[in-house]
Design a protein. Structure first.
Length: 258
């Protein structure tokens, strides 16, 4: 008999530490040791013995400050590039009548890549941003020098270092969601969102079709979430004090080999 789909936990958006400063996302640099520490707390909630892993946290080496600083800089740059792409896809000044991002000249009067860079990321030179976005295949430059947005969000797996940093942040955020929900009564509305669709008898040959389906529909869902969250931030009265958190909603596909 086929295993049926299942959904777990209660609705709500997951939240993790961080804030938006001047409209720019700032991601918290997470190390392997941070993730291990959170894993230990999760294991404790489950009543599992983490064993020798405890020593890794108790005697963590805090001397790797250079690596930590480099990680923070990489995450900050990743965040600012993501903000630029979001602005390019949402600001009426930079989209056409169909809502698609306009191709931009590097410089000039009116709209340009320098202008959007100055709005989204005033502290980083536009040529540097363009070079990074090209390297990550987020934009392309045609034969006339026009810059085209190829994607709304960065494909962080184009860069191994960014992929590693993103993985640690995603893993820690997921752990925090699990840890939070384990400590909350099932009927408590304070539980964070966690749902899983699974099938224990899925035909491996259908995986390419599943990935295409998820990429199309998942991208639409995440874009809707992004637009909604940004509209909520923009509509908040300026005089009211804001308790800022960094909320993230993500999708993933997992394949467990028999």
């Amino acid at each position: 008999m086929k295993k049926q789909q299942a959904s777990l936990s209660k609705p709500r958006s997951p939240a993790w530490t961080g804030a938006r400063n001047g409209g720019i996302s700032t991601l918290r640099a997470v190390t392997v040791d941070d993730v291990v520490r959170d894993l230990l707390a999760l294991f404790g909630s489950l009543g599992l013995d983490a064993g020798h892993l405890i020593n890794r946290v108790n005697y963590v080496d805090h001397t790797r400050r250079g690596w930590r600083q480099s990680s923070r800089e990489s995450l900050a740059q990743l965040s600012t590039m993501s903000d630029l792409l979001s602005l390019w896809h949402q600001d009426p000044s930079f989209v056409d009548s169909a809502g698609n991002p306009l191709p931009l000249k590097m410089s000039g009067r009116g709209i340009s890549f320098r202008r959007i860079a100055a709005i989204a990321v005033p502290g980083i030179p536009a040529p540097q941003l363009l070079g990074e976005l090209k390297r990550l295949r987020a934009v392309r430059v045609d034969s006339k020098g026009l810059i085209h947005a190829r994607m709304r969000a960065l494909s962080i797996y184009e860069d191994k270092r960014l992929a590693a940093l993103h993985t640690l942040n995603s893993l820690r955020g997921f752990i925090n969601t699990l840890h939070h929900n384990l400590g909350s009564p099932p009927a408590n509305s304070d539980q964070l969102f966690h749902r899983i669709a699974w099938n224990g008898d899925f035909d491996r040959r259908k995986l390419p079709e599943l990935k295409i389906w998820l990429r199309r529909h998942g991208q639409n869902l995440l874009e809707s979430v992004d637009i909604w969250m940004m509209s909520q931030a923009a509509s908040r009265p300026a005089k009211r004090a804001k308790k800022a958190v960094q909320a993230s909603v993500g999708l993933y596909l997992s394949v467990d080999e028999p």
